[in-house]
Design a protein around this ligand. Structure first.
Ligand code: NAD
Length: 351
C-alpha cells in the first residue's frame, strides 16, 4: 500500500488538504492547498474517474504544488491550490454535485478559489457559483474562455525565445511545428500565421488538421513526428510528457515553447535539453496566460493583455539567467518562483 498523509511521496509541506464528502450528492472531493504565502490559493478543479482515492490525492497534491509555482512566476498575488472530484464527467455530473462541491469550497472561507479544469465546463462553474463566491470563470467573473490568453502568452513566449536565440523576435520566415490544434493550439497557430510564420501542424483529430491546413496554408504531419520536424520552434499544445529520453534525441527544433502542461517526462529532461543546446520555455511559465486572465478578471482588457504579454519578459529573464549560470531553464524558473515565495515569507514575518 502506498504511504499516505504526511508520508505521501507528493506531500510537499502542503498547508491544508481536505477530503470532502456529501452523501446526498455523491460527492467525493480532495482539495489541496499547497501554499498561501502570496495570497489565497487559486487553481482549477478537475473531475476524473480516479480508480482509487490515492490517485486522486496524488493528483491534487502534485497539481496544487504546480499552481504555487505557476502563480508565483506569473507575478500573481495568489497561492497554489487544486481540487479534484472523483467522478466520471460523462456520467456522474449534476448541478447537485457541483453545488455540493461549491459548499466545500465555501467552507474554506476564501482560502481556496476554484475554477475550470479537465472535465468541467463554464456551466459547471455557474452551478458551483450558486454555492460559493470563491470561484472564477462564472458569468459574474468571466471574460470568456481563458484559452486565447494562454495562446497569447505562448505566442509572446515564442517571440522571446526567438529573440534570445537569434537576436530578433520576428516570426517572418520562421517555421513552427504546432502539435495539438485545440482551444490553445489553433489560436496560437492563427497568431503565428498572422505574424508571417510557416506552420507545420498535427493533431489526432483530422478535422482540426484540415481546418488549420486550409486556414493557415499549413503543412500537416503525423502527430508522432511533430517533434522531429526541422523547424525553428516545436510548440507542444496537446498532452504532457512528450519530452522524454526517446524524443529528445529526435528533436528537430532548437526551441521548445508550447502550452501543454507537464511537458518534461522527468525533471532531469530539463538538464538534458540544456546540455543539447535546446532552449526550453518552462511549461508553467509560458502557459500562464489563462490563469492570469482568471486572477485578473476585474481589470481592463488592455491591462490584462499587457500582463499576459509580460510572460515574454519573464521568459527572457529566465533564458538569460540560465545562460549565465549554465543551468536548465526549468531549474532557473523554479528558483525564481521560490525567491518570490521567500520574499513573501520575509514580508509576512515568517521564517
Ligand atoms: P483542447 O482539449 O482544446 O485541445 C487539445 C488538442 O490536442 C485536441 O485538438 C486534441 O485532439 C489534441 N490531441 C490530443 N492528443 C493528441 C496527441 N497525442 N497528438 C496530437 N494532438 C493531440 O486543450 P487546450 O485547452 O487547447 O489545451 C492544450 C494543452 O495546453 C493541454 O495540455 C492543457 O493542459 C494546456 N493548457 C491549457 C490552458 C488553457 O487555457 N486552455 C492553460 C494552460 C495549459
Amino acid at each position: 500500500m502506498n504511504p499516505s498523509g504526511f508520508d505521501h511521496p507528493e506531500f510537499d509541506g502542503h498547508e491544508k488538504v481536505v477530503f470532502g464528502h456529501d452523501a446526498g450528492a455523491g460527492l467525493y472531493t480532495v482539495i489541496a492547498i499547497h501554499d498561501t504565502r502570496l495570497g489565497p490559493a487559486l487553481g482549477g478543479c478537475r473531475m476524473w474517474p480516479y480508480p482509487n482515492t490515492d490517485e486522486a490525492l496524488t493528483d491534487a497534491l502534485r497539481l496544487s504544488r504546480g499552481m504555487t509555482y505557476k502563480n508565483a512566476l506569473a507575478g500573481l498575488d495568489y497561492g497554489g491550490g487544486k481540487a479534484v472530484i472523483i467522478a466520471d464527467p460523462k456520467k456522474d455530473k449534476s448541478a447537485d454535485l457541483m453545488q455540493a462541491f461549491g459548499r466545500k469550497v465555501d467552507a474554506l472561507g476564501g482560502l481556496y478559489i476554484t475554477g475550470e479544469d479537465v472535465g468541467l465546463t463554464p456551466a459547471d462553474m455557474e452551478a458551483i457559483g450558486s454555492a460559493t463566491e470563491h470561484v472564477r470563470g462564472t458569468s459574474k467573473t468571466h471574460r470568456g474562455d481563458p484559452s486565447p490568453y494562454t495562446a497569447l502568452g505562448v505566442y509572446c513566449g515564442i517571440q522571446s525565445a526567438l529573440g534570445h536565440l537569434y537576436g530578433s523576435p520576428d516570426l517572418r520566415g520562421r517555421t513552427v511545428s504546432v502539435q495539438g490544434l485545440g482551444n490553445v493550439g489553433f489560436t496560437l497557430a492563427r497568431f503565428l500565421h498572422d505574424a508571417g510564420a510557416k506552420l507545420v501542424v498535427s493533431d489526432i483529430n483530422s478535422n482540426a488538421v484540415d481546418r488549420a491546413v486550409a486556414a493557415f496554408s499549413a503543412r500537416s504531419v503525423d502527430t508522432r513526428d511533430a517533434h522531429t520536424v526541422e523547424a525553428d520552434v516545436f510548440a507542444p499544445c496537446a498532452l504532457g510528457a512528450g519530452i522524454n529520453s526517446t524524443t529528445i534525441p529526435q528533436l528537430g527544433a532548437p526551441i521548445i515553447a508550447g502550452s501543454a502542461n507537464n511537458q518534461l517526462a522527468e525533471p532531469s529532461d530539463g538538464k538534458t535539453l540544456a546540455e543539447r543546446g535546446i532552449l526550453y520555455a518552462p511549461d508553467y511559465v509560458i502557459n500562464a496566460g489563462g490563469v492570469i486572465a482568471l486572477a485578473r478578471h476585474d481589470v481592463e482588457d488592455d491591462v490584462l493583455e499587457a500582463d499576459v504579454r509580460g510572460i515574454g519578459e519573464t521568459l527572457k529573464q529566465i533564458f538569460e539567467r540560465a545562460k549565465v549560470k549554465g543551468e536548465a531553464t526549468a531549474s532557473v524558473a523554479d528558483r525564481i518562483a521560490e525567491e518570490r515565495l521567500s520574499a513573501a515569507d520575509n514580508k509576512n514575518g515568517r521564517t
